[in-house]
Design a protein around this ligand. Structure first.
Ligand code: ZN
Length: 560
């Protein structure tokens, strides 16, 4: 241990000793014993201060013997009786004041335990309920507000050997993934799904956890009088020995199951008197063992809106992405992660190029996709990563899209970065006279000195050509500094075609700029239609974001 750590430990030691704590010697870790709320409740604890980096709050354990008249305390988690007084990440502890920091933690723990003992924080049981309910889990993919019969199955959904427990219906994306691996969907076990508006919590004045049907029903009655009985009733029909119930509550999905006890497994009960089984189960309820599991949400809506806050994701939108090169490939991934291709929407990818070694330094895809069409390969990759998405490869050339055609998309994004192609698409869009959906153009200029994106949609706003009406003239919003030349590299020896060098960082940021605008569009307010991001001040000026009007000199806009 270095000099500095010894100094820190000494400060912690002095602070704790002052507070009446004593060190427990002879342990591998640095642990002290003392009291929380020493002038009031006098709760015996151990505090582990081995980690003086204070990355996480020092762990506090309430001693085994401490009990509040049989009452359970919130924040006291698991067998170890570890006491949760700061949620991880809520505070940054001051590593440069170790003595003060340990006292701050004890003060916080004092106040949390006082509230817990007085029952003022019993509501917190609900927030932490999955810690109390079970240590095992299963994935849950059910339609919103679903109740009734679903299945619990072990499915092959990832690259691990073992299968994962899943609660879903036959048309779940998880079932599709299993079937896509060429395997038959297992029969599974029935699980009855019920909903309650309340948040499940534990009764601080009762035994916990419920281990048999008798205890379970007592707890269920305490939570919501409508909840008991589903498990028993499910045995009145069907053959399976094990039955499940899932409660969809305000604070998550919680699952329990029971297996018919041997005494009721006789033919007498299972055939001729099966309708009596619920009554019999109740008679033997303290002999019927209960297993519990936590539900982990795996539905598409949860996955693609969890990180969005108040923003609206791209669910339900039909989006065509033209160009799946360095910008387009990262953009395709961001669009997918933003929910494109969910909720009845579709993400279609179009590119005529194939992936080569020359692309690998700045493309989403790598060696497994070499020599494949970029759009087709990218769609395949995204389907592997996020199999619930509707991502397709649209074959053909972007120039096949005709101005007179009503495109089956809500948004077209051009990330080709090829000026001539972009101008051709722009021309068709302008001439389509409202038949085409909005087009979002995104590109890099001046060797990646700046990323820019423009949303075009109607005649009140600039089209792409409006930004630079004369091909050889000055752009309306000057971005490249005078005398900056675009460096093009051609390495004939390697048969490497002409390309403009810039690192992957520029492409990823350009992709982000475009995806941000797509999200703003989906949210109903595009905001600034012309946005720039400056990377290289030596080569480019910063350009203010805005929504430029059409140019009177624009040859594209003049054609209509
Ligand atoms: Zn124009």
């Amino acid at each position: 241990m270095d000099e500095h750590n010894i100094g820190s430990l000494r400060q912690v030691h002095d602070a704790l000793t002052e507070r009446g704590f004593e060190r427990l010697w002879g342990m591998e870790r640095v642990v002290y014993r003392g009291l929380l709320d020493p002038t009031g409740l006098r709760v015996p604890i151990r505090v582990d201060v081995t980690d003086i980096d204070f990355v996480r709050p020092p762990r506090i354990f309430v001693e085994e013997g401490y009990d509040v008249k049989g009452r359970r305390l919130p924040h006291l988690l698991g067998e170890s009786r570890s006491f949760c007084y700061y949620a991880n990440g809520v505070v940054v502890l001051d590593r440069y004041n170790p003595g003060g920091t340990i006292l701050q933690c004890l003060e916080q723990a004092d106040s949390v335990i006082r509230d817990a003992v007085r029952g003022r924080s019993d509501a917190d049981f609900a927030d932490e309920f999955n810690n109390y309910w079970a240590s095992s889990f299963l994935f849950v993919d059910l339609p919103p507000d679903f109740s009734g019969k679903a299945k619990i199955r072990f499915l092959d959904i990832d690259r691990r050997e073992e299968r994962s427990p899943v609660l879903c219906l036959d048309d779940s994306w998880l079932a599709d993934v299993h079937r896509a691996s060429g395997k038959k969907l297992p029969e599974g076990e029935d699980c009855f799904v019920v909903s309650t508006g309340v948040a499940l919590s534990l009764n601080p004045n009762d035994q916990w956890p419920p281990n048999n049907l008798h205890e379970l029903n007592r707890w269920l009655r305490w939570v919501d009088p409508n909840l008991p009985g589903y498990l028993e009733r499910s045995f009145a029909s069907g053959h399976a020995l094990t039955r499940w119930v899932a409660i969809r509550a305000a604070n998550g999905t919680y699952v329990y199951s029971a297996t018919l006890p041997p005494v009721l497994q006789k033919d007498e009960f299972r055939k001729s008197r099966q309708s009596n089984l619920p009554v019999m189960l109740n008679r033997f309820s303290s002999k019927v063992e209960i297993s519990r599991a936590n539900g982990v949400p795996a539905d598409t809506d949860y996955i693609f809106s969890r990180n969005m806050g108040k923003m609206i994701n791209l669910a339900g939108k039909r989006i065509l992405l033209v160009g799946v090169g360095t910008i387009g490939s990262f953009l395709a991934q961001q669009l997918a992660q933003s929910g494109a291709g969910t909720g009845g929407g579709q993400l279609a990818l179009l590119d005529t190029d194939v992936l080569r070694t020359a692309n690998l330094g700045r493309h989403l895809l790598g060696i497994p996709y070499i020599d494949r069409n970029k759009a087709e390969a990218c769609a395949e990759f995204l389907k592997q990563q996020l199999p619930m998405l509707d991502v397709v490869h649209r074959p053909g050339d972007a120039l096949d899209l005709a101005a007179g055609e009503r495109l089956p998309y809500d948004l077209v994004i051009d990330a080709t970065g090829e000026e001539a192609l972009s101008l051709a698409l722009n021309e068709r869009a302008v001439r389509s006279n409202g038949l085409w959906p909005p087009i979002l153009f995104g590109y890099l200029i001046g060797n990646g000195a700046m990323a820019q994106a423009l949303m075009t949609s109607d005649r009140n706003h600039a089209c792409l050509k409006c930004l630079k009406p004369q091909l050889s003239g000055e752009p309306r919003f000057r971005s490249l500094r005078p005398d900056v030349e675009v460096i093009k590299v051609s390495n004939m020896q390697c048969a490497d075609p002409l390309h403009i060098p810039y690192p992957v960082t520029r492409s990823v940021t350009a992709a982000s700029l475009i995806c941000e605008m797509a999200l703003a569009w989906a949210g109903g307010d595009v905001g600034h239609r012309f946005r720039s991001h400056l990377f290289d001040q030596a080569r480019a000026f910063s350009v203010k974001d805005g929504s430029p009007t059409p140019s009177r000199d624009c040859p594209a806009c003049q054609t209509i």
